[in-house]
Write a protein of this length. Structure first.
Length: 695
């Protein structure tokens, strides 16, 4: 019989619905049961694409004997970290404090039943002792014994932990700080110091994409024409594009590379990586006109349209690393398989290009495709024209992709998360702007429409949605949207709407952006100290209320909130938003000075606080003429310029946008508190923007 998790929206929780463990979701009923029965809580946090989560589930949670011990000694709670990032943040931080080690998933925590304070922490535990780890059954009995016999020691530890959690909050300076570009310069120096000049990226293995850091560097190049900044971006994006972290056949990026060469990834694909990377490669193409970057944008966008957009419009969350219970099985090849599919001429090009003529690179027996030899070199060695080799490679890729499609696909987590959708909406809208792709823009607008129509209720945002399969198996019934949305949901979505407005102005998007900006201030801002809490003022009370400024796999909610609010405030002429952004920067400024490399999104917000964005409003009677001007500006990388092409007849515009129209196009340009006379010459407008803002 399925347990309680069968009724949850999270596919990860539903994966555990058949376990013999008496699982609960995190809710009032489960917490009350633990308190009533005086049982510690076993909290297990993971997500559907997590390989080691699957391993621990198979070894322990599907085992009747282990489940019996868990059910006897604990109240067992399963959490999807993607649906409950509030809980994950708190307990990952607590894990680091208790163990002095980095956490990860699965996260295994043991909590007090009265207030959910953790008193023991770990990640993956094997069923029986190995890898230097205690077996899970022994862990269970030892923790239960400690809870009964060492309560005084646990209470003392818990008091210290709570104090340590409180100290993680940024402290208000108590006086106004004069903001300067010192943290920006320090962040650049920190990235340069950790940069791998040979392979790209930062640090050693494992290597993560870090799109916000690369965006920061690309903006530095636009602002200062710094050759080092551009080299770091080009080297990293080029290495990733030709590496195994990028799916050479199907498009899209895996979560990280297990090696420093970007060769073998951890094969799961996350929406939150691919949205920012899509935008980053589009911007990098504008800056340097590298054809490879355009190819990556095309491949990634097509993957999103093909595999990640739901029939309802929202974007799905993740693609699993495993298929048929093996990580990477869907993606890797043997040389015999490839030879059997390709003609001799096709193989002669594809083999050296993708490294099939070299030793196997995946577990000693299979090949994972990555670019080893450029096509120009392949053509020269084969004595064939480059164009012929390009055509042969295209045929080979098409055959390999078609054959791969016949394999058992990795699982797909089909829940729709507001924050991750916002990251992809911005990525698709930006790529659409750069490459003039109406289909990509339509995709972004469909997703934004889904979020507003389904996730925005009574002026409150919800965090997650999951459709319900229809009885026929191939249709859907109305799904369920729930959970109070977080800071990231609001900040990322406001940022995405600003990008959508630049791709195609729609009054509804402007209205929604204003509602979101107001919700950010009303529901998340710390009115006393500045900055934004991760959870809203009416969220359930947890043992800690984080106010995160540090970037992680996704950029900091405080960083994006400060950036988007400042931009929106300048756009619509609303000082409340600009002042809230500055209060956040004031709060985090000391931390940015101490650890500049960890606060890159706040450093970008600081850039725009020191040098406000240039606002360009295009007005004119002819929609076609407006599109010509808009397209001309979009051919340049202008990171500090916000451009709206507002069609004639737009209603209820804020005073800052309500510029007079004329028969011909006019551009109204404002930079901070300085506005130029209207510009009626396109070449002049481009010069104004390029000479101080872009490449």
């Amino acid at each position: 019989m399925p347990n309680r998790l069968a009724s949850e929206t999270s596919p990860y929780l539903q994966q555990h619905a058949g376990n013999p463990v008496d699982w609960h979701a995190w809710n009032d009923e489960a917490l009350a049961l633990a308190k009533r029965d005086d049982k510690p809580i076993l909290l297990s946090i993971g997500y559907s694409a997590c390989h080691w989560c699957h391993v621990m589930a198979h070894e322990s949670f599907e085992d009747a004997e282990i489940a019996g011990v868990m059910n006897k000694l604990f109240v067992n709670i399963k959490v999807d970290r993607e649906e409950r990032p509030d809980l994950d943040q708190i307990y990952q931080t607590a894990h680091a404090m208790l163990t002095q080690r980095n956490g990860g998933w699965p996260l295994t925590m043991f909590l007090m039943p009265d207030d959910q304070t953790p008193f023991f922490a770990g990640t993956y535990f094997p069923k029986t002792a190995r890898y230097g780890l205690t077996g899970f059954r022994d862990v269970l009995t030892q923790i239960a014994d400690a809870y009964r016999q060492r309560r005084a020691d646990i209470d003392e530890q818990n008091a210290s932990l709570k104090n340590a959690l409180r100290r993680t909050q940024p402290a208000a300076a108590g006086q106004h700080i004069a903001l300067s570009d010192a943290p920006i310069t320090a962040a650049f120096d920190a990235l340069r110091a950790s940069f791998d000049s040979r392979h790209g990226g930062f640090g050693d293995a494992p290597k993560f994409p870090h799109p916000v850091e690369l965006e920061f560097l690309l903006r530095r190049y636009a602002a200062d024409k710094d050759a080092d900044a551009l080299a770091m971006v080009r080297t990293t994006l080029g290495s990733m594009a030709e590496g195994g972290i990028y799916d050479q056949l199907g498009g899209g990026f895996a979560r990280y590379s297990v090696d420093r060469f970007w060769m073998i990834p951890h094969f799961e694909k996350m929406l939150y990586d691919n949205g920012p990377l899509l935008r980053l490669y589009a911007d990098a193409f504008l800056a340097v006109k590298e054809p490879l970057f355009a190819q990556v944008v095309e491949g990634t966008a097509q993957w999103v349209l093909r595999e990640m957009q739901s029939p309802e419009g929202g974007y799905y969350s993740t693609i699993d690393a495993d298929s048929e219970h093996e990580e990477g099985k869907f993606y890797v090849w043997t040389t015999d398989e490839v030879r059997g599919l390709l003609s001799a001429d096709e193989y002669a090009v594809a083999a050296p290009h993708y490294g099939l003529d070299r030793p196997a690179n995946f577990e000693g027996k299979d090949w994972h495709l990555r670019v080893v030899q450029g096509l120009d070199e392949t053509a020269a060695k084969a004595g064939k024209p480059l164009e012929q080799c390009e055509n042969l490679l295209a045929l080979a890729r098409a055959k390999l992709f078609a054959e791969r499609e016949k394999r058992v696909h990795p699982g797909r987590d089909e829940k729709i998360l507001t924050s991750w959708n916002a990251l992809m909406i911005k990525g698709m809208a930006r790529a659409a702007r750069v490459f003039g792709r109406a289909d990509w823009l339509a995709s972004a607008e469909r997703a934004a429409g889904f979020v507003r129509g389904v996730m925005w209720r009574d002026r409150k945002l919800l965090a997650t949605y999951k459709s319900v399969p229809g009885r026929s198996g191939d249709s859907t019934q109305p799904g369920r949207a729930h959970l109070n949305a977080y800071l990231d949901d609001h900040a990322f979505l406001l940022d995405a709407l600003l990008e959508l407005l630049q791709a195609r102005f729609r009054s509804d998007d402007l209205d929604f952006a204003q509602e979101l900006a107001d919700a950010l201030l009303e529901r998340f801002e710390d009115n006393e100290n500045g900055g934004f809490f991760f959870t809203s003022h009416d969220h359930e009370q947890l043992i800690h209320r984080p106010k995160p400024g540090h970037d992680n796999a996704t950029p900091s909610g405080n960083g994006i909130a400060a950036y988007a609010l400042s931009r929106f405030g300048h756009l619509v002429g609303e000082p409340r938003y600009i002042e809230a952004a500055e209060r956040a920067l004031q709060l985090f400024y000391p931390a940015m000075q101490r650890q500049p490399g960890g606060f890159t999104s706040l450093a970008i917000a600081l850039e725009e606080a020191l040098e406000p964005p240039r606002i360009v409003i295009l007005r004119g009677q002819s929609t076609d003429d407006l599109a010509v001007w808009q397209r001309a500006l979009q051919e340049h990388y202008l990171p500090n310029t916000v451009t709206l092409a507002i069609p004639a007849g737009a209603k209820n515009l804020p005073a800052a946008l309500d510029k007079p129209g004329s028969e011909t196009v006019n551009a109204w340009v404002c930079h901070g508190v300085t506005c130029l006379p209207p510009i009626d010459d396109l070449a002049t407008l481009i010069d104004v923007c390029k000479n101080s803002d872009g490449v």
